[in-house]
Design a protein around this ligand. Structure first.
Ligand code: ZN
Length: 150
């Protein structure tokens, strides 16, 4: 386990499309462990692999509903709308107002490759949308109607 460096806005790695995870091996487990440790140290709600410089479709999310590791996640359904403040560990010192779905259904694999499905609501749904955007090189500041200094 280790704390990894969180890449900051301006680094090209945050603007690339991530590759599907095909090997559910020890290396993936180490990546997810390190992402969890890094997220907790930074006190964030979510972290995507490209934020630690790895172009793989993997995210970790830490919300009141629990701690989730999502590999190859896909949003299969989205409903409603919520508008609120959002921040990002890769965009330090800023926050912005972003509109997201209020409910999303997401399918993903766990670290062993077992496919799972969960419905996320409210802030959890916002976190899922934000982290999945990272896997396609999208940052919240691209979608924000307003960005302020935090
Ligand atoms: Zn982010």
């Amino acid at each position: 386990m280790a704390i990894r460096n969180v890449v900051q806005e301006g680094d090209e790695v945050l603007r690339k499309k991530c590759f599907e995870v095909t090997a559910f091996d020890e290396k993936l487990g180490t990546l997810l462990d390190d992402m969890r440790d890094t997220l907790r140290k930074e006190d964030g709600a979510g972290l995507a692999a490209p934020q630690v410089g790895i172009l793989r479709r993997a995210v970790v999310i830490d919300v009141p509903e629990g701690f989730f590791e999502m590999v190859n996640p896909v949003i299969v359904d989205a409903k409603g709308e919520q508008t609120g403040w959002e921040g990002c560990l890769s965009v330090r010192g800023k926050r912005g107002i972003v509109t997201r779905p209020n409910v999303v259904k997401v399918e993903y694999s766990d670290r062993k490759g077992k496919r799972k499905k969960i419905t996320a609501r409210g802030f959890f749904a916002r976190a899922v949308c934000h982290e999945l955007d990272h896997l396609d090189g999208i940052l919240y500041i691209d979608k924000a109607e307003r960005v302020d200094r935090d």
